[in-house]
Design a protein around this ligand. Structure first.
Ligand code: SAM
Length: 206
């Protein structure tokens, strides 16, 4: 699996480049590199998600599969603008992606973003929000394992916002999420655009 963007240490050359991405309502210069997801431009599915997302809530926010960091960066920029004090956990298995997220957060002066592997997130943290363009191409088993691990860690009243391509099984994933999470959670389709669905998982408030 060394040549995939979801490897811990990608073998693809890490040639660094600067691109301009539209985040939090404006153009932002960011650094990307080979061996991470969508290094040439902000991914279309991520664009659909970023347009649909609400403001980041106070509390802890998980960016599940952060890549070079666009979702965390938008959350960090908006949290700073709104003064919400959101703590952002940018999680990935790919060390190069984590380095890029740290670098992009530092360039924007966003101290609210921690780029981490799963073991670095304390077990007692519950998330007010989970935002993700999840790694569908890792295969159903790993994807389901990832969602089974993190979605139940939503805080009461918390929401997960996920973007999934219709062609890559958004509707069946929605059904599976409902069954997997069971009572106490709802799974809804928020919107569709450009071949993607935005799904919202809500944990009932206590
Ligand atoms: C579709 S990409 C999205 C990247 C970024 N959020 C974006 O929108 O450009 C999914 C990300 O999930 C990461 N990933 C794959 N398996 C993972 C796992 N088990 N835990 C955390 N992240 C994982 C990949 O390395 C990749 O960066």
């Amino acid at each position: 699996m060394n040549d995939h963007y979801f490897s811990a240490s990608p073998s693809a050359p890490g040639t660094v480049r600067t691109i301009t991405a539209h985040l939090a309502g404006g153009p932002v210069e960011v650094t990307t590199a080979g061996g991470v997801f969508s290094p040439g431009r902000l991914d279309l599915g991520t664009q659909v998600l970023l347009r649909a997302l609400p403001a980041p809530p106070p509390g802890d926010l998980l960016d599940l599969g952060c890549g070079w960091g666009p979702i965390s960066l938008q959350a960090g920029l908006e949290a700073r603008e709104e003064g919400t004090g959101t703590r952002i956990w940018a999680l990935d298995v790919n060390e190069r992606a984590l380095d890029l997220t740290r670098r992009n957060a530092a360039a924007l002066g966003l101290e609210s973003i921690r780029a981490v592997t799963a073991e670095q997130i304390p077990a007692d943290v519950e998330f007010a929000a989970i935002w993700s363009n999840p790694p569908i191409r890792v295969g159903k088993e790993i994807l389901h394992g990832l969602l089974r691990t993190w979605l139940p860690r939503l805080a009461p009243g918390g929401q997960a916002w996920l973007v999934v391509s219709k062609n890559l099984g958004a509707d069946s994933l929605r059904g599976w999420l409902g069954e997997m999470l069971g009572a106490g959670f709802t799974v809804e389709k928020h919107s569709s655009a450009k071949g993607f669905r935005v799904l919202v998982v809500t944990r009932a408030a206590d």
